[in-house]
Design a protein around this ligand. Structure first.
Ligand code: UTP
Length: 289
């Protein structure tokens, strides 16, 4: 099997659940502790061996391109002031020329449509997708865990976690044919089912390893839940021919597309940082949490 070298980052959504913050700031540029979400996503992809980074952007998302580009004025100023540590911080973020590719989704027609926008840029049989607003705190980065156990003959792979039944209507939910602890094989997946119709509590999060045959299905995919072209629906169509495997990753996932998820991510990431943990505890005390 050829290693997974390409990752798509769909970043063209409206981020309407986080307005007004996301009116002029891309949701994926929201900061958790000291880094924007999209930087966590790119670092996770790098740790998994990704070498090509495809960003599906839209109007108003230029800050994402700037973030991974060089910034000569800032770099010169830091150099002149001898701020070597800060300089290396921003130099390490840069993606080399040709490594980062930006394409536009001209209308927010859905996640499936955003992935379809990248079809001409994917050469390999399989590629990864990371949704930056699904942030995972883990000892081993989530995509790295997935790449390690991915087997093409098990079909597309999705990162999954068990959620309470009352939350199943927020996710793609798997109908499982075999549950092998970390890996589950699915016979169906339903996007945002009504709670009483959810086939299980196993929910798909924003990590995917997909076969490029997915593009054939996305090309003809009709709008589904929320009137959007859903990636889950195209994945569902491939189950009978190719299969679908869910991977229960180790780690904690935060939905940073919502205020509550983003707040909790800030707490959890600060708590995991030895330099900030003490401060966080002091803050908790002050507010008598
Ligand atoms: P979400 O549904 O969580 O993002 O999509 P959204 O549409 O921006 O958020 P709300 O619901 O309005 O608050 C998950 C990911 O897919 C991208 C988003 O940018 C996000 O990273 N996406 C979604 C696209 O790139 N294009 C789309 O048409 C929809």
């Amino acid at each position: 099997m050829r290693p997974i070298k390409t990752c798509i980052f769909p970043v063209a959504g409206l981020g309407s659940r986080f307005l007004p913050a996301t009116k002029s700031i891309p949701k994926e540029m929201m900061v958790v502790v000291d880094k924007p979400l999209i930087q966590y996503a790119v670092e996770e992809a790098k740790a998994a061996g990704i070498e090509r980074f495809i960003f599906v952007t839209s109007q108003g998302k230029a800050a994402i391109e700037d973030h991974f580009d060089s910034c000569p004025t800032l770099e010169a100023a830091l150099r002149a002031r001898g701020k070597e540590q800060e300089l290396s911080l921003i130099e390490n973020i840069k993606l080399s020329p040709g490594q980062a590719i930006y394409i536009r989704q001209q209308a927010p027609l859905g996640l499936g449509h955003a992935v379809l926008c990248a079809q001409e840029l994917v050469n390999e049989d399989a590629f990864a997708v990371i949704l930056a607003d699904d942030l995972v705190l883990a000892e081993k980065p989530c995509l790295q865990q997935m790449v390690k156990v991915y087997k093409p003959n098990e079909g597309n792979m999705v990162g999954v976690m068990d959620v309470p039944y009352e939350h199943t209507n927020r996710y793609g939910i798997l109908k499982v044919s075999q549950d092998r602890d970390k890996k589950v094989l699915a016979e169906d997946v339903v996007e945002k089912p009504a709670v009483d119709k959810a086939p299980s509590q196993i929910a798909v999060i924003g990590r995917y390893i997909l076969n490029k045959k997915i593009f054939q299905h996305l090309r003809t995919q009709q709008p589904g839940a929320g009137g959007e072209i859903q990636l889950t629906d195209a994945i569902q169509k491939m189950i009978s021919s190719d299969g679908l495997c869910g991977f229960r990753f180790q780690g904690q996932r935060f939905d940073c597309g919502t205020k509550e998820g983003w707040l909790e991510a800030n707490m959890a990431f600060a708590y995991a940082d030895p330099e900030l943990q003490g401060h966080l505890k002091a803050i908790f005390k002050r507010y008598s949490f």
